[in-house]
Design a protein around this ligand. Structure first.
Ligand SMILES: Cc1cc2nc3c(=O)[nH]c(=O)nc-3n(C[C@H](O)[C@H](O)[C@H](O)COP(=O)(O)OP(=O)(O)OC[C@H]3O[C@@H](n4cnc5c(N)ncnc54)[C@H](O)[C@@H]3O)c2cc1C
Length: 414
């Protein structure tokens, strides 16, 4: 029996075991997946919790319902990988041996990493929505908030779902307008980037949307500490941004055991080849989803496209053949923009988000880099796609590699 061990039964790990269980002979392969608990969170749904759109029941399901027969689930906290011994130690002392290891333990917001963030104002005037508890606490705080400075803040890149803080700012603006108190609130978007987003065309478009909504942007802001007494963000270059209510995306980091195992970079992301997701140091270890250091967006959609490529590669690799699949960094993300509209962006390592139609040229039905109601309906429908198709590893009729069909490059028109 050969042993495949998957660490993390989140978005990527669950898809991996579902797809590989169908492809690996049950007489030859034992598959085990480890996670610390049995609660799977649809994290994209956290965005709607502060505004009362979703609650806990909409975003949490038992993990084991999504695991197929023939996959053993182990509940436990991973303590470290012993890559030279092909074994994983859990914190309770159990040892799991493997022939092949897939690290899929994601990335986590770490409010403990910024001085002043976790102190007296945490969950009083400083909130996050990257955890369910944070989103629920923020919902209560927003209900009581009726005037002052609402600051939406990104600590440092990379973060998972890099558009989520922008979506939060757009939804907050629409929500304040809906309550008739928009003119009593100053909305500020604070980012370490030089504009609204990472890539130029999307950054200009999304920046324009912030401007239209009179959301002030404080760019190139690298927070050094938060002064909880003065309720102020302070940057390394000594700029200050005061707040009454701060909605922050704390520094995102891979799991600490990745560092203890000697597999990670300075943010605990496993170093892998960006096209095969095979560890650069160990021939029996892959890392998939948010846990690796590839320069793709950390997003469920990117994890899905990566898994599609990974499965074929894995089957070749374990047979001693060269891997022929190459992941291109493809990600597709809806961007909620308020008033029941959303945009869609579709991009990869080499091609930035461009305007156009998706997935079919001319037809869509989704529009790229343009706000539409159809995109918003797509975003809401995605929750059902996630639970019923994506996680169980069922086929989704979207190509893993990004396509230029339906896209156009704005400057080529000029
Ligand atoms: C607010 C928000 C909005 C988002 N919106 C979108 C969106 O619209 N579209 C999109 O595509 N993506 C979105 N994402 C991102 C998406 O949720 C993640 O990219 C995706 O879940 C990554 O999957 P993963 O399997 O790599 O990590 P995860 O799904 O986070 O799974 C990691 C798993 O590892 C487990 N784990 C970690 N460490 C240990 C340990 N030491 N021991 C045992 N178990 C461990 C965790 O319990 C978890 O189950 C959003 C995320 C957030 C927070």
């Amino acid at each position: 029996m050969r042993k495949l061990l998957v660490l993390g039964a989140g978005t990527a790990g669950t898809m991996v075991v579902n797809k590989l269980r169908r492809r690996l002979d049950r007489h030859d392969w034992q598959i085990t997946v480890v996670d610390r608990d049995d609660a799977h969170h649809y994290q994209a749904g956290y965005l709607f919790v502060p505004f009362g759109g979703y609650d806990r029941g909409d975003v949490v399901r038992a993990r084991h319902h999504f695991l197929p027969d023939g996959v053993e689930m182990v509940l436990g906290e991973v303590d470290r990988v012993l890559p030279d011994d092909d074994a994983v130690l859990l914190q309770d002392g159990r040892r799991l041996d493997y022939d092949y290891l897939v690290v899929a333990t994601g990335t986590t917001p770490r409010h403990d990493q910024t001085p002043g963030m976790s102190e007296s104002e945490w969950r009083r005037s400083i909130f996050d929505f990257y955890t369910l508890e944070g989103a629920e606490a923020l919902a209560a705080a927003l209900r009581d908030f009726d005037h002052g400075r609402l600051v939406v803040h990104v600590t440092e890149m990379p973060i998972k779902c890099p558009v989520a803080p922008l979506e939060f700012a757009f939804l907050a603006e629409a929500w304040l307008r809906g309550r008739g108190i928009r003119d009593r609130v100053e909305l500020v978007y604070v980012t370490p980037l030089d504009g609204a987003f990472t890539r130029p065309v999307a950054s200009a478009y999304l920046g324009g949307m912030l401007e239209e909504r009179k959301i002030q942007v404080e760019a190139d802001f690298l927070v050094e500490h938060i002064d909880p007494k003065r309720k102020t963000l302070v940057s390394y270059d000594e700029r200050e941004v005061p707040f009454d209510l701060l909605v922050t995306v704390p520094l995102n980091m891979g799991a600490d055991f990745v560092a203890r195992s000697g597999l990670g970079d300075e943010l605990n992301y496993v170093r892998v080849d960006p096209h095969t997701l095979l560890s650069v140091a160990y021939d029996h270890i892959f890392a998939i989803g948010d846990a690796n250091d590839i320069p793709a967006s950390k997003a469920g959609s990117a994890a899905h496209f990566a898994v599609e490529v990974f499965v074929g590669n894995f089957l070749e690799h374990v047979q001693g053949r060269a891997m022929t699949g190459s992941f291109d960094g493809h990600a597709s993300c809806f961007v909620e923009s308020g008033d029941d509209k959303a945009l869609l962006i579709d991009f990869n390592y080499d091609t930035e988000p461009l305007p156009g139609k998706y997935p079919l040229p001319y037809v869509g039905p989704l529009s790229l880099l343009r706000e539409t109601r159809a995109n918003h309906r797509g975003k809401l429908a995605f929750r059902h796609v996630y639970w019923n198709l994506l996680l169980p590893g069922r086929p989704i009729p979207l190509p893993a590699h990004m396509s230029m069909a339906g896209k156009h490059v704005p400057h080529e028109e000029a």
